[in-house]
Design a protein around this ligand. Sequence first.
Ligand code: B3K
Ligand code: ZN
Length: 866
Amino acid sequence: MSDMQIAAATPPATLRADYRAPAWLIPEIALDFQLDPARTIVRTRLTVERNGAHHEPLRLDGEGLKLLEVHVDGDALSEGDWTLDDAELSVPLQGDAAVVETLVEIAPDKNSQLMGLYASGGILCTQCEAEGFRRITFFPDRPDVLSRYSVRLEADKQRFPVLLSNGDCIESGDGEAGRHWTLWQDPWPKPCYLFALVAGDLAANRDSFTTCSGKAVSLAIWVREEDLPKTDHAMDALKTSMAWDERVYGREYDLDQFNIVAVSDFNFGAMENKSLNIFNSRYILADADTATDADFDAIAGVVAHEYFHNWSGNRVTCRDWFQLSLKEGFTVFRDQQFSADQGSEAVARIGDVRVLRAAQFPEDAGPLAHPVRPESYIEISNFYTATVYNKGAELIRMMKAILGAEDFRKGSDLYFERHDGEAATCEDFATAMEDASGTDLTQFRRWYSQAGTPKVTARFDYDAEEQSATLALSQTVPVTPGQPDKQPMAIPLKTALLGETSGDPIVDEQLIMLTESEQQIRFENLAEPPVLSLNRGFTAPVSIDRESDAATLAFLSARDDDPFARYEAMQQLMVDTITDAVSGNGSDHGPVIEAVGKTLANNDLDKAFIAEAVLLPSESFVGDQMLIVDPEAIHGAREALRNDLGEALDAEWRAAYAGASGNSYAYNPTAKGLRRLRAVSLSYVAASGADDAAQIAFSQFDSADNMTDRQAALGVLASGEWPERIAALDDFYARYKDDALVLDKWFMVQAMSTRDDTVDAVEALTAHPDFSIENPNRFRSLIGAFGGNQRAFHTASGRGYRLLADHILKADAINPQTAARMLPPLGKWRRFDEERGAMMRAELERILAAPNLSKDVLEQASKSLG
Ligand code: B3K
Ligand code: ZN
């Protein structure tokens, strides 16, 4: 396809600069649902008010709705009194206020996109964010139109004994012909993306929470009856989150009920609908036998995230979708703080930064790069990205670092107070922070508008005679699509100096603000040669280029008093060692082996931290550091280092393994740390090629009393050549084939395997009877995980690319949102050799040439080629 053809086929973009206030406001909405999977009738009564002086008709978004009737102030309109196309119903209105009623028909059981009202395993549920409400009824589907909702649900009582919506249930009763109904009222005005309903045969885990002002809130987590025993962890997390938000942000819950429903078919993690959160079941259901520690942690994190949205998102919402990070960046930051408070702060920070580097840095460096507050979009669903979420969270974290904890809290209080009940902007958030603290954030705001990961170069020189040192910092922000010229950013860098001989801090931690392109900082009165500790705690989401030799990195990895900086130094040492080998410079594994050995032997460190610190960076992270990625060479170099680490420290790994074994299962930070170290040690024993490795792994697999140990062993076995591999995979399948969430793991572990034949295995698995494109979890477990397996996906024949493109095309016809999310690995074509790059481009072109492509995939594929 030529550029012109692509441009002609691309739908118009929505621009941030084009924002206009809504022409009509809708203070009240009453919805009446006659629910049925095949044919649901929705009657909608809107109280509308003209907003300002204008002559525009009332424009209501609507997609895939069968319009049956329109009434204005009680009078039925006839066709010709309104206009309708495939996106909009337009009704001219004379006065400044009216009551407009519509009657539409929809078919939830035909809704495979999982946006709007759809059926999942016999449950009817909704997903409206961002633009799904228009698939339920005609309405101005934009976040700055806030209404009070009254919702009546009626359905067959036997099939759908539970009928839920937002707010409080104020009435219920039986209807005719075996039907029943409930009536819900939500006193808090909300945008339509926060509307939700659920109808199904569900059982509840019930509990209650008393808020700081003494109000009792009824809590319920609704699932299929057989899943009830797996809901206690999510309930604990909910109560902990409610208390945490009161304590840390002064935010109290504001209704009498809070409901969570888990469904099996869901496009992402969960949704914060007002008082009726709907969750992907993988972020609710857990017990020791079926969920890993990482699953448990993710559940707590997502439950907290959705709960926190009640204030950061619901009470204060977004003016338009360009402001998405206003609620998502802030809420991710809040859930990260929450998770850090539940265990080791350093380990939590390592996890946050890993996610940022695995998902956001590559996005920022590729064709889909966009600012935290984007300027334009074709399909907003494509902007629920790591940039908006995770880089957005880093912006909030930086503001906190710059203002200090106390002023940050004042700023957050002011923001909530000032904008309660409003649809606000990112600018409003920054202004509240400024007003509460007196800090000028003018330059800092560039973080919202400039895309690309800033690169900070640091040169540190010590003058022994003068007992002084100079830190010369410079910054550049890379060119990104549509942004050729960049201004310097305001970059907060926590910095300290350690004594090279004593290992003690000799200059206390300080926050350096790098605001110019180049800046110099001098340190005086240094009694001993200093070692620089920079960007401690990862205060700024930047990449740092600093000439550090292996000895300095090894020193920092052992002595830095900031645990994140220790981790970081070790990572840098490992990356340098691997990239040296890849670029043929010869590579000495000695320093890594010594540093890892020291960390393992350090009894002052907690096990969870040790486990993270001794892990090698992923193959894709190493690839991201190189101009042209050679996936085979990276794999080879990384495996060689793993092998040497395994062999050289064989006794240490076995000791760590043994030390972490033999405890019966408990879920707490110490027990989790031990299991993590056990998993990492096992992987190194296996990497050494020891004869007994497969036996040890199989025995762990077989005798495990929890999924963390079992899955870790399966992961090791699935990447090897040993006969135990098939036995373990078969056993796992037989044991868990009826548990969809665990079966997802079985698919994923094979898609992530480092074996040579992973493409064949994944291809074969796409024909497995349990594989499904319709179920997003299953689709992501196989196809998504495969796209993230650098070596397998980039297999030289190009089969990986074809496989991914085939599945994107198949999925696009069913669920465009989920299909489009799989595309980014193909967009990395500039970073690979010519042959690979050409094959990747060819697949993108093949996707673009396909008929009836969704906006979602069209936008991602055309931008990826650009
Ligand atoms: N706000 C939702 C995400 C909706 C995604 C729509 N494509 C979940 C969350 O971030 O909490
Ligand atoms: Zn969110």
